[in-house]
Ligand binder design. Sequence first.
Ligand code: PNS
Length: 169
Amino acid sequence: MMKDKFVSRVAVYPGSFDPITNGHLDIIKRGIRVFDEIIVLVAYNPNKASLFTVEERVSMIDEAIGSIEGVKADSHAGLLVDYLKKTNTNIILRGMRALSDFEYEFQMALMNRRQARDIETVFLMSGFKWFYTGSQLIKQVVSIGGSVKGLVPDNVHQKLLEKFNADRR
Ligand code: PNS
């Protein structure tokens, strides 16, 4: 069987990343052992109001991924499949946590496949430490004075405290 035109395995890892968490970083670190490159893509989710601007989110990702070779951040305002077409890539990477993620992920994967037949979604299971955390809960906890240290990269922790104007360093 002939290899397809996508020779170098570049995966696009899309999400709201509002903000990036250690759970996301875990998926990136696992992913880069599977793919040659990963583009961490801040994409638009119309169902979520965001705390951070797209620029802030991209810059937090840039800092958090630091020197992980083969990983870069980008953003896109339109349909996800259009970004993949534009960048000539065909793999969407998503992390899977507990069972509750499954239905949402399944719907998106099938809808994306319907939009572009040669695009595949690949799921990596996040480490069990991150199974029950996510950006939404993290923001809520910080906003009412709780601690999320250890759940987000240090630069993000700092930004969250600044955003909620709390000096709990
Ligand atoms: O981190 P999230 O919010 O679960 O990520 C969802 C995201 C941003 C990947 C999804 O909403 C998305 O792909 N948005 C881009 C617009 C799009 O293509 N929507 C149709 C997805 S089936």
